[in-house]
Design a protein around this ligand. Sequence first.
Ligand SMILES: [Fe+2]
Ligand SMILES: [Fe+2]
Length: 310
Amino acid sequence: MNKTAQNEPSGNQSSPRITRREVLVAGGATLIGTTLLGSLFDTVQAQTMTGQDMKRRGITSKDGGMKPTFLPEQGSTDAVAFSVAENLFWNEQLMEHAKFFVMMMPGLELAAQRGQAEQFQNSFMSQLQKAQTASLDRSNYAAFNRSTVELVKPFVDFKRQMRDEQAAGKLKSLVWSTFFDHTAREAERFSKRLDQFSRGDTSTSLSEAADFWTQIMGEHADFIAHLLDPVENTLIQKAIQTSGAFKQMHSSSPASKNPLEKAVNDIIDFKTAAEKGINAGQIKSIIHPTLADHVRREALKAADELKRAA
Ligand SMILES: [Fe+2]
Ligand SMILES: [Fe+2]
């Protein structure tokens, strides 16, 4: 994936002017420069895990935005490395799901639900920190995976309950029921993958990965379309078109993975460019920078799994 951002000096240079057309052509490569926020938001991982630490643990990271994306090294079949990478990746994502719920449950009337979301945010932050520092090996990685799965279960239940209440008009938050459902499916798949790795199986099924990720990528495009400022009509249309293409791929399993990999690479470029444009104030939206980076990292994860899938 694009490595330009890694080579850019970090700091406070003014961001490059980003035009809507550049985002539309999804020319991620030309837009991956220093972001306004990039150097300010280095993750805890980036600060605590050196490249050597990661190499020793059989994992790698990809840049291009606010936070790195942790993945098992290419060609690896090591269940410990897969587990460490999966825990680093998804505990961060689940912590952010909770953070989004906190942001989108305003006011006194939602204080109770917001408090629950805050507790989930803390519990996944703490599990993420454990994943960063624990010495995992063949003797203990399955137990660590189990401890994560136990944390994920009540969060999935919470998301499903909130989804149903929001859909029924009982919960009046700013979270779509679709967003609760989307994040519940991500959490469930995280658990399933950990269970699989705990059995020593690091394989990725193409049909399963394609089924999961086409739905997730299509929904991300829908979320982007609905969070852009209404004046961003051209970008909104582009996002809706992207969503339609993923829905199509979701309903008809493609004969080969090439078109799917191409669509995922395109959406990585689109999201990367959109994140830069949002951060630089060149694109009008209510997409929080953390959400923009969150969906970009999930697209990198999708590309990685599809590449490994057989
Ligand atoms: Fe997510
Ligand atoms: Fe997602």
